[in-house]
Design a protein around this ligand. Structure first.
Ligand code: GLA
Length: 729
């Protein structure tokens, strides 16, 4: 059912996969008009075609028609300086400093499958029957440049992937001031907008509000997608909720600065865009050169937010993540950070790892502190030499000892950074991002390496490769703990300085591509002080992300719930840590901490020496139980049920790929003074199937569990959790 049709008479392009349709047309032989994006339409005859009127303040780019104005058009890729006064999709500056252009429609082609975006992460299609791509050409014969708009419709997922490319076909340089990956207009503005914003230790909070007559902007100029913002926006019909209603969402497959906006125009049209952030982006395009924008994924769901998330989850698991761990189950790990911070050494690691092995843990991760001069966060980054005082026999021998005892070895790096006291900085003071006119600004006592410089990228690749070649490393935690200031590069020439933020990200992608291809058996987990760069760009290289430095079970309910809007649980690192919790001081039971952490990829991050025998026995039970169900939580379909952003009770469930097993988690944050008989309404079951609850004799039908629900036992005390297992019979 996958097709892209061109209707010559109506001058329309229709993309569909039998479940959704995306329709665009050509207006006045020049302009691209958006016609429709939503549920599948079998045939389209212009029933919702716009009417044009002569309106005040409207410019008329077609002289013979006073009613036609770009300011009222539902546009596909809106221009600048031609009378559409809403947000433009692109701005091009010519050599004379002017920013006037006239890009007109000039042709199309249809490609079977989907092409890769050079140097950038993107959704992929392994076979040509998985995707079809429409490529539209816009041309400006005066500027002598073309813009190519790509639209890929996928067979399996209700998604359209979009990006734009610009080619300079003239002699003179042109300058790209703005280039959105997509722009999407809607008639009307009666929608709610949802965004995911936050902070370090408090990532991905759900914010939903009504759209009014102005703009909502979500952006980052920090050099990363950031913990503060997420390159995502969803437009929802007012009555849409987790399970019902229409949702149109967009996510940017990019890890750097971005701007996402939703703008209501004067005629109550709604414009949604995501692209690189013009505050920190600009690009010189010399004669013959091409610039490729990052890709955006547009999702349409008529099944509310759960429907939207399940599309993102499926797509990202199967057509964005790559490598061995796309399918392989993720190991249970123990991380040294919250146990010892920088104070690690061989004896402590062996002691911790041996105990971990006893409890069933499969991977020991040596976090920060293992390299020379790293006793605090004020120094040590950049040289990546083993600290032989802490590890007298070296990491190779440590890994071997652990491997011999049946536990894998993982290690932490912060490859993009350098400390002022390092050899690297002494030898190459010009390798950091800074302006020569000012003293560079420190953050966590460190500078950011200038990854726009290929020599710097090669240095990073070489240093990490040295360790990964010599030590048997199964896992790498790739951290990034400061944002970019002083945007200046000694490598780039004067006119390229505004390219630095994007070139930084391209350099990072190059490094990660090289290392992940060269070390295909290593599980890479990305981290940026927690979920500070938890984005679809990173997932293309690293199939797992540390969701937050906040390991408090109660805070994590919100962080994980918000993160699940976009990312599948198999991508989410989630650990049980000590109480009182390091970040918020809260005391929760081991049971509650486990019940929250097992909803992502389970790990432990605590000093096992501080636990008593009963606690160790409990952890051992948890891990052995988890190993039996992790296939369901890691690979199953995830349903959100009750939201921590709205209630004191939270619940979600996982339905196994073959739909025969369900793991359902219920959490109550604070005890209630009155017992209200809470009933849990399950999701994702088959109405007519029968399910056995928790291995007991009791059997219920799917319809009973979903519509009548399951009574939760009487709860006394704060921070309660319950996990139900259902087996279809
Ligand atoms: C960041 C990470 C932590 C830990 C420390 C080490 O904050 O998010 O998990 O690795 O760095 O310095």
């Amino acid at each position: 059912m996958l097709e892209i049709k061109y209707d010559e008479k109506q001058q329309l392009f229709m993309l569909s996969n039998g479940s959704i349709s995306y329709i665009l047309g050509i207006e006045k032989n020049r302009y691209l008009r958006h016609a429709y994006f939503g549920k599948y339409i079998k045939s389209y005859n212009g029933s919702n075609a716009p009417l044009f009127y002569d309106r005040g303040f409207c410019s008329n780019p077609v002289e013979s028609d006073r009613t036609f104005s770009l300011d009222t058009l539902l546009a596909e890729y809106p221009d600048f300086n031609q009378g559409d006064f809403r947000n433009p999709a692109y701005i091009i500056q010519t050599k004379d400093g002017k920013r006037v252009s006239r890009f007109y429609y000039s042709g199309f082609s249809i490609i079977d499958g989907k092409e890769k975006l050079a140097g950038l992460p993107s959704v992929y299609a392994e076979n040509t029957d998985e995707a079809k791509t429409l490529r539209i050409v816009l041309k400006d014969t005066i500027v002598q440049a073309s813009i190519y708009l790509y639209y890929t419709i996928l067979a399996k997922y209700d998604v359209v992937c979009r990006h734009a490319e610009i080619v300079n076909q003239g002699e003179a340089d042109i300058y790209i001031d703005r280039l959105m990956s997509f722009s999407l207009d809607f008639a009307g503005c009666d929608y709610d907008v949802m965004t995911l914003s936050g902070a370090h230790l408090n990532e991905k909070n759900i914010n939903r509000r009504a759209l009014c007559s102005d703009s909502i902007v979500m952006e980052s100029i920090r050099g990363t997608s950031s913990p503060q913002a997420t390159p995502f926006v969803a437009l929802m019909e007012k009555d849409a909720n987790e399970d019902r209603g229409n949702v149109w969402a967009a996510n940017f497959i990019y890890s750097g600065d971005f701007q996402a906006s939703v703008q209501v125009g004067q005629y109550k049209t709604t414009r949604m865009q995501i692209g690189m952030n013009s505050t920190t982006f600009g690009w010189h395009l010399s004669s013959g050169e091409k610039f490729v924008s990052p890709e955006s994924v547009l999702v349409y769901s008529d099944k509310g937010l759960n429907g939207m998330s399940q599309i993102f989850h499926g797509l990202y698991r199967h057509q964005l993540c790559r490598g061995k761990y796309k399918e392989a189950l993720r190991p249970v790990l123990l991380n040294s950070w919250e146990a010892y911070q920088f104070d690690v050494d061989e004896a402590k690691c062996l002691n911790l790892a041996r105990q971990a092995k006893e409890l069933g843990i499969e991977l020991f991760v040596l976090d920060d502190g293992w390299f020379k001069n790293r006793c605090t966060d004020t120094q040590g980054l950049g040289d990546w030499l083993e600290d032989r005082e802490k590890f007298p026999h070296g990491l190779k021998s440590l890994a071997e000892k652990l491997n011999n005892e049946g536990i894998a070895f993982g290690i932490w790096f912060e490859p993009e950074m350098v400390s002022a006291g390092s050899e690297l900085y002494r030898n190459h003071p010009d390798w950091i991002i800074r302006s020569q006119n000012y003293k560079p600004i420190l953050s966590r006592y460190q500078y950011v390496l200038d990854l726009s410089n290929p020599q710097v990228c090669q240095y990073v690749i070489d240093r990490l490769s040295d360790i990964l070649h010599s030590v048997n490393v199964s896992y790498v935690k790739w951290d990034m703990n400061r944002h970019l200031t002083d945007l200046g590069s000694a490598y780039l020439d004067d006119k390229q300085q505004k390219e630095l933020s994007h070139r930084y990200v391209l350099g990072l992608y190059y490094i990660m591509e090289t290392l992940t291809q060269n070390f295909p058996n290593v599980l890479f987990e990305s981290c940026s002080s927690g979920g500070g760069r938890y984005d679809a760009g990173m997932l293309h290289y690293m199939p797992q992300t540390w969701a937050s430095d906040n390991t408090d079970a109660v805070c994590r309910l919100k962080i994980q719930y918000g993160t699940s809007m976009l990312f599948p649980p198999i991508t989410m690192g989630s650990h049980v840590s000590i109480v009182p919790n390091h970040q918020v001081g809260r005391i929760t039971s081991l049971n509650m901490r486990f019940a929250v952490a097992m909803a992502g990829n389970l790990g432990y991050e605590l000093d096992l020496n501080k636990l008593d025998e009963a606690e160790k026995a409990e952890i051992k039970r948890q891990i052995s139980w988890y190993k039996n169900i992790r296939e369901i939580t890691q690979k199953g379909t995830f349903y959100r049920m009750e939201s921590p952003f709205e209630r004191n009770t939270v619940s979600w469930c996982f339905v196994s790929e073959d739909e025969t097993k369900i793991v359902c988690c219920y959490y109550q944050i604070l005890a209630e003074p009155i017992y209200t008989n809470p009933v849990l309404k399950l999701k994702g079951l088959k109405e007519n199937a029968l399910y056995r609850l928790n291995g007991q004799d009791k059997i219920f039908s799917g319809s009973e569990l979903m519509y009548a629900g399951l009574t939760v036992p009487k709860i006394e005390g704060d921070f309660y959790s319950e996990i139900y297992i259902l087996q279809r019979i």
